[in-house]
Write a protein that binds this ligand. Sequence first.
Ligand SMILES: *[C@@H]1O[C@H](CO)[C@@H](O)[C@H](O)[C@H]1NC(C)=O
Ligand SMILES: *[C@@H]1O[C@H](CO)[C@@H](O)[C@H](O)[C@H]1NC(C)=O
Ligand SMILES: *[C@@H]1O[C@H](CO)[C@@H](O)[C@H](O)[C@H]1NC(C)=O
Ligand SMILES: *[C@@H]1O[C@H](CO)[C@@H](O)[C@H](O)[C@H]1NC(C)=O
Ligand SMILES: [Zn+2]
Length: 477
Amino acid sequence: MAGVWRLLFLFLMWSLCESHLHFPPSVREISAASSNKTVKRGITAEVAGYTDVAKRIIDLAVFGAARNRSYTRLADFTDTIGNRVSGSDNLNMAIKYMYSAMAKDGLDVHLEPVKIPHWVRGKESAQMILPRTKSLAILGLGSSIGTPPEGIKAEVLVVQSFEELKQRASEAAGRIVVFNQPFVSYGETVAYRAFGASEAAKLGAVATLIRSITPFSINSPHTGWQDYQDGVKRIPTACITVEDAELMWRIAQRGQQIVVRLYMEAKTLPDADSFNTVAEIKGWQHPEQVVLLSGHLDSWDVGQGAMDDGGGAMISWEALSLIKNLGLRPRRTLRTVLWTAEEQGGVGAQQYFSLHKGNMSNFDLVMESDLGTFTPVALQFTGSDAARKVMQEVVKLLAPINVTKLENNGEGTDISPWMEAGVPGASLHTADSRYFWFHHSEGDTMSVQDPRDMDLCSALWAVVAYVVADLQDMLPR
Ligand SMILES: *[C@@H]1O[C@H](CO)[C@@H](O)[C@H](O)[C@H]1NC(C)=O
Ligand SMILES: *[C@@H]1O[C@H](CO)[C@@H](O)[C@H](O)[C@H]1NC(C)=O
Ligand SMILES: *[C@@H]1O[C@H](CO)[C@@H](O)[C@H](O)[C@H]1NC(C)=O
Ligand SMILES: *[C@@H]1O[C@H](CO)[C@@H](O)[C@H](O)[C@H]1NC(C)=O
Ligand SMILES: [Zn+2]
């Protein structure tokens, strides 16, 4: 019901707006909301008018002078800087690097200051002591406290789920709780990484070791953020490998006692100074109206952050480069934002939203790529049915790269506040079946990236952003 009133309100506001009086007839027909056939014809013709320019963008990115450029840029960036965890010197260097690279590229660049968390891993290790000695590959989880200097040595309780932990609550006190939860999906299983420590601490556990959130492993621990619950004792928490979690589960099933020694120096320092990095091509007609493209510049402190999210950051820069190289300038502003401290809970993006939400009505479309830059398969989109009709036409322009599918549900930690507030949002869906194999691990390196795939992603990103920014109307809300 609320939705109906909101649409009615927006429609009334729109009718009061004088600007639509200047539109040519084909576009004015879009307003004839009584007939959705008319809607279709108007926007279909308008978007089809971009077929040639879309081909030029695709040609440049995939076959022309810009071929391999996204990959080459990402390789230079990650090889030069390395990983870039929130609060680190590397993240500062990364921001400086991107600021000068994008300025040198002829874009309008500025930085927007943000205070971000500064968690430091320090040295860490774990060994199984009983029933035999074996070292365990671990990665402390973001925001975890460390152990005392002498470490924590305790008997282990292995469980497969929160339910099992509840059933065995009386066994948890004084123990290190090992979670050996099976991988269902990232979205579902990540609850163990996020909340495992506090759930175990409520029962008196002294530490938690959590099976990495991945469907595949070659003894690779995968880190990530975790949340201590307010009012619950904070205990050290780290992830272990799938292999070691399953090993300890099997041993426990045989009724054997397991003892582990855990050592972690992890600590949280005062918040650090950082920036969201912003680059623009100003719109010629409505410079205040914005199509926002984005990826996050920070990463975890393991691997190289090439996939998560160096790729998303690079294609969001590359899209603007392609448009600039072709001498194009859309009606509205194209704005690339490289978020800071996404991995710490979208800190840079949250602040950006609170500072800029006053201009919400000028945000036409918000885009984020943070699910890998493998072979593109679809554009994911969140918006009204009316906006979806426009986007259905826009993706048809991607026929030359065979990606004409529009899916539901734009995704991205950094753009979700805008989408929740009703701004249309889009994300890049690529052939990401292997994404969580590498995610937040030492395996996230340039070796998982492919130059041609990145060209295709950049071409898609550029076509969608340019065309939406250049249509006569903003996307309907
Ligand atoms: C739009 O048109 C189609 C096909 O003519 C029809 O099935 C559908 O119900 C219409 N939708 C609305 C919202 O009028
Ligand atoms: C692009 O990269 C591919 C794969 O690495 C290589 O075979 C090709 O020669 C490169 N092309 C250009 C124009 O750099
Ligand atoms: C809001 O938009 C106006 C017009 O473009 C601009 O001058 C102002 O800086 C914007 N404010 C914020 C907080 O983005
Ligand atoms: C799109 O598909 C056609 C037909 O399968 C193929 O020939 C072409 O190379 C594809 N284009 C791209 C850019 O992959
Ligand atoms: Zn990410």
